[in-house]
Design a protein around this ligand. Structure first.
Ligand SMILES: NC(=O)c1ccc[n+]([C@@H]2O[C@H](COP(=O)([O-])OP(=O)(O)OC[C@H]3O[C@@H](n4cnc5c(N)ncnc54)[C@H](O)[C@@H]3O)[C@@H](O)[C@H]2O)c1
Length: 244
């Protein structure tokens, strides 16, 4: 298969690129930074493009280069994203808009560009990286939760429009994942606190490889009838209402 992964230079996107290379995909990563270093680790066959997922020209160029280089595009995984931890009363408009821009528009634009190609070339599969915070709220994460809720809902709308075109659309909802995005929380021991462990029946946060494996499933022919879902990768975090 031929795959494009946004945010592929580190974290969940990078692990997904590693997994897809291992399964034999032709892989293109698109990231605003770190693409040369990532390509060194992933291998010379990987196409690495620097660009911003909120810029339609960058996104279209990545899709065009993927198709020109590898001869098509079967799978898109949108792993570019940002997080912020701030009291709702302190969030300024620009920061809120930036969150929505990167996490929502920055997921929509690659999906739209990929779907334009896929719809005329036999279909494909799109996997959005959402979050458990797309389904529940949390203090100090209002903008992030709003953005991930939007991604989950957008996924459902796109599934209704693009399913008839042969494009499967799904999302993953990871719990905390050991990536550079949350390294400071890991360093401070917050992800090992009793509250996190108690809420998570499996007792730990996720590794990026575990999210990559779920993305591999959703994008594969094994998931040919899986469409329009949010698949938690959370060790049971969402399922558990008993936290005390
Ligand atoms: N790490 C977690 O605990 C966790 C949990 C649930 C969901 N997620 C989601 O998974 C996705 C990936 O997160 P991660 O933990 O791998 O983060 P990360 O910060 O390690 O990696 C994100 C990548 O996206 C890139 N990026 C950010 N903005 C971009 C832009 N405008 N254009 C192009 N590239 C851009 C960054 O350069 C980086 O390489 C995000 O959407 C995040 O919200 C992460």
């Amino acid at each position: 298969m031929i795959s494009l992964i946004t945010g592929g230079a580190q974290g969940i996107g990078f692990s997904t690129a590693e997994h897809f290379v291992r399964r034999g995909d032709k892989v293109c990563i698109l990231d605003r930074a770190g693409v040369a270093e990532a390509r060194e680790k992933l291998g010379a066959d990987v196409l690495a493009i620097e660009g911003d997922v909120t810029n339609p020209a960058d996104v279209d160029a990545a899709v065009v280069r993927t198709v020109e280089t590898f001869g098509g595009l079967d799978t898109l995984v949108t792993a570019a994203g940002i997080v912020a931890v701030e009291q709702a009363m302190d969030v300024v408009a620009d920061a809120f808009m930036r969150m929505m821009s990167v996490n929502v528009l920055g997921s929509f634009l690659p999906a739209q560009s990929a779907a334009r190609h896929m719809s005329e070339n036999g279909g494909g599969s799109i996997v959005f990286i959402g979050s458990v915070y797309g389904s529940v709220g949390a203090p100090k994460r209002t903008a992030y939760c709003a953005s991930k809720g939007a991604v989950h809902n957008m996924m459902q709308s796109l599934a209704t429009e693009w399913g008839p075109l042969g494009i499967r659309v799904n999302a993953l909802a990871p719990t905390g994942v050991r990536t550079p995005m949350v390294q400071d929380l890991i360093d401070k021991g917050i992800y090992n606190m009793v509250g996190v462990r108690n809420r998570t029946p499996l007792g730990r946060i996720a590794e990026p490889q575990e999210v990559a494996a779920a993305a591999a499933f959703l994008s594969s022919p094994e998931a040919s009838m899986v469409h329009g879902i949010v698949l938690p990768v959370d060790g049971g975090w969402i399922a558990n209402g008993y936290t005390w």
